[in-house]
Design a binder for this molecule. Structure first.
Ligand SMILES: NC(=O)c1ccc[n+]([C@@H]2O[C@H](COP(=O)([O-])OP(=O)(O)OC[C@H]3O[C@@H](n4cnc5c(N)ncnc54)[C@H](O)[C@@H]3O)[C@@H](O)[C@H]2O)c1
Length: 358
């Protein structure tokens, strides 16, 4: 599998590691900052021979045309995801694109349509779906053990200070990022939507910028979500915890079972009780992860390679990425208008929210 990485910043290490562990042929990387490439190689402990065998580019289109990779993964600032993914897909190159898949629904829809036309596969990088705890919850759900779902909740309580935002000028901007819901909470939002049945009816949300006046977007948000199937859910996501990151929880309550995932990124089974099984189990599973991004990239890359080989959809599709994006945009729109928002949404973008906290 000829593979290339576009964007060599913070999360890129997880991509390179996933590519290596899956035995991909890493043909090229792309970044406008040569230092970032060298830092990445150091973090990944590449030997000079390994690093020397990888071509370096500053322009992703040149990379696509010269190297002709089968698969690329995109770890650029969020506002560049859609443009780069579309450039790849137009050439029939398969793509793993970091979350959020885009910052506008129009871009997400264009990407999905292009992929349909060219046959290129697009995977949205919501790697937490592969957390062992999440897989366990999903298995109970698919076996019907939850019975009829009643309600669910996700909480993302993390901590980001001024140093985090000032390190890169795209962070916290409406044009390139969004805030705590679009960046940090979107994995939890993806899990919530996936577990609760996918189709949302209405969203009522409130967002605020409480402690970070130097960013444009929200640093905390909360919402009530109603699904078409009658499930109600709550969402709370923010980066205002005093001290280190606190938790990411996902709770699912059904007539046949209750399950609560926790830890820093929904990587622990904190509680489960299923009527069929009888006894409540506490702390049944605790996955050790090297960082907040978890272990999921390796599994997600493996699945994408198999999807290409088997000519099937990846486990996490572009439509899944669009669903998560739509959910965040619905919270944003509701917060802006002060009213509940009905879904589905079309043609909404983070830029429509610009100025909300000015
Ligand atoms: N899946 C996850 O758990 C996870 C975790 C962290 C970040 N992310 C996502 O990954 C993306 C990258 O985040 P990050 O924290 O690594 O950001 P970063 O700023 O550390 O890295 C982005 C890299 O892209 C490079 N770049 C910028 N413009 C470019 C261009 N035009 N052409 C080529 N390279 C360019 C930058 O120089 C930088 O090295 C974001 O969208 C973020 O939301 C996902």
């Amino acid at each position: 599998m000829k593979y290339a990485l576009i964007g060599c910043g913070r999360v890129a290490y997880n991509h390179l590691k996933a590519a290596k562990e899956n035995g991909f042929e890493i043909v090229a990387v792309c970044d406008i900052e040569p230092d970032h490439i060298f830092d990445l190689y150091t973090r990944a402990a590449l030997t000079p021979e390994e690093a020397g065998a990888i071509a370096r580019y500053e322009d992703w289109n040149r990379l696509f045309d010269c190297e002709k990779p089968t698969l690329v993964s995109i770890a650029l600032p969020s506002g560049l995801h859609a443009a780069c993914a579309k450039d790849a897909v137009r050439r029939g190159i398969h793509v793993i694109v970091e979350k959020p898949i885009a910052l506008s629904l129009q871009d997400a829809d264009e990407l999905i349509a292009l992929a349909r036309e060219t046959g290129a596969k697009v995977c949205a990088c919501h790697q937490n779906r592969f957390n062992l705890a999440v897989q366990e919850m999903r298995a109970y759900l698919e076996k019907g053990c939850f019975g009829v779902l009643s309600n669910a909740a996700v909480t993302v309580r993390w901590s980001r200070g001024r140093d985090y935002y000032s390190a890169d000028d795209w962070r916290g901007t409406w044009a390139q990022d969004g805030g705590a819901l679009m960046n940090q909470s979107i994995h939890g939002i993806d899990l919530l939507r996936w577990m609760c049945g996918g189709k949302l009816a209405t969203v009522y949300g409130v967002t605020r910028r409480q402690y970070h006046p130097y960013i444009e977007a929200e640093d905390v948000g909360a919402a009530v979500l109603q699904f078409e199937n009658g499930v109600i859910a709550t969402l709370e996501g923010g980066v205002n915890v005093c001290g280190p990151d606190l938790e990411e929880h996902l709770t699912l309550i059904g007539s046949g079972g209750t399950m609560k995932l926790g830890g820093l990124n929904a990587s622990t089974v904190e509680y489960k009780y299923f009527a069929q099984e009888g006894e409540a189990a506490k702390n049944a599973l605790h996955e050790i992860a090297p960082n907040l991004y978890g272990n999921g990239h390796v599994s997600l890359f493996k699945d994408m390679a198999e999807a290409i080989e088997e000519d099937r959809d990846p486990y996490v599709t572009a439509q899944d990425g669009r669903d998560a994006l739509e959910t965040v945009l619905a919270v944003y729109l509701s917060s802006k208008t002060g009213r509940p928002v009905s879904l589905p949404l079309k043609d909404v973008s983070t830029l429509d929210i610009a100025g909300l906290f000015d």
